[in-house]
Design a protein around this ligand. Sequence first.
Ligand code: NAD
Length: 494
Amino acid sequence: MTQDQLISDYMNTGRIADLPTSHFIGGQSVPAANGKTMLSHDPGTATAFSEFARGNDQDIDHAITSACAGFEVWRSTPPAERCAVLNEAARLMRSQSHQLALVESIDSGKTLAEASGDIAGSARLLEYYAGASDKLDGRSVNLGNDNAAFTVREPVGVTAHIIPWNYPTSTLVRGIAPALAAGCSAVVKPAETTPFTALMIAELLVRAGLPPDVVNVVTGTGPEAGAPLVQDPRVQHVTFTGSVATGVGVMQQVAPNVTGLTLELGGKSPLIAFADADIDAVVEGAFWAIFSNAGQICSAGSRLVIHRDIHAEVRDRLIAKAQGMTIGHGLRNPDMGAVNSDRHLTQIDGHVERARSCGVDIVCGGHSLTDPETGLGWFYAPTILDDVAADNDAVLKEIFGPVLTIQVFDDEDEALTLANGTEFALAAGIYSRDISTALRMARRVDAGQVTVNDYWAGGIELPFGGNRKSGFGREKGIEGLDAYLRSKAITVAV
Ligand code: NAD
């Protein structure tokens, strides 16, 4: 079926044909051991559209046993064959992108265009790490004539991947693609509100030639399925993407086994605009930095830190642009889709209401919405909070919705203090026509990635990750392989 046919089929029936709804273990669809299921909702209509398996420790045990067997096969597979499998998976992902994007859009609430971009980026991730699979060389070390010494890089073993709901496909693939390139196997626990694309991708990998036990997916809740996965001593590395609170819990859960851990947590990233900045670029950059994916991006530019001289003009242009946004069901491709769940909508609204009660100036939005065509769904208006004090919770806490706070500065040191003034340190944008100012700030701001005169510059080739409460470890880029490889030193007496 074409994408238009798939959309009209869904619109008419409220169901998606051929959706996988069981766990994927050992290359098979496997129902929950206890037979339990749970529902997934379309955030654009606030209506349940499918059941899926509600996994528990028995399912996780089954999946890890499978991944242990898969590891033995995959670690012995020649690197050039791993490369071929990942490249074939990228090809299949592109050929199936219209179905994957449709499911991702319905399950998460994001627009079809955003979902399609996520699938295309994920295919690129597979190709990028396919290219790395056969280049994971060690080095030879000169210890003098009495020894031959060298290092080899070995896969760590079974890896666990805990996925959030805002980028279900991209987060999954940025974890499993380098793990597979390295020769590891994987057990994946998708978020409870967005389980389906992980199941589709696991099945697609087997069609691409991956041995069936290597990637396993167990759906369900964090406490019932995520916790037993990260606690299992057979797991050698956990890659967790999600909230700070859950990440701290995972850190405690993996400690007894001394399991390796990558934490990709929250953010409150500043976009810093100096008085000499290109105003058009600041408006465009700040707008999409916060309103892409309805603000549900860990690295969203959720704080505009702006020089007093250009504050009023940029603010007024952002308000006009935000008020002109189209909002609605993701499949109609508006500027902004729904937020992921009823619970999350309530949390966003709670943050904004607390700011209102502190007297913060809400110059745009500040309320929930429904789809203008149907009156249904979980939507939040694009919202701007102006001239917010540095100690206000709206500035300090991650809202994870389409809510921008503006902070005003008079000089560079004050800009830096404001930019570094939260417990997060994930991303930053700097806008200035003065290259020295921009580079000085790029070095002084605490963030894992900094973009100058643009917000979303860079791609999968660059490392991504945060400092402080934004987590530790890096995904994407060549650095993304490090978590899945260990170095072994071998010395031979001559
Ligand atoms: P969350 O922490 O509620 O859930 C994330 C995942 O953890 C889900 O799959 C959940 O089921 C699982 N989980 C919950 N309890 C668990 C437990 N005890 N053991 C193991 N797993 C458990 O986060 P969320 O609400 O799904 O995602 C939003 C958060 O994720 C935001 O804070 C956002 O900034 C962050 N995030 C970060 C990045 C990044 O790369 N830094 C990317 C996307 C999202």
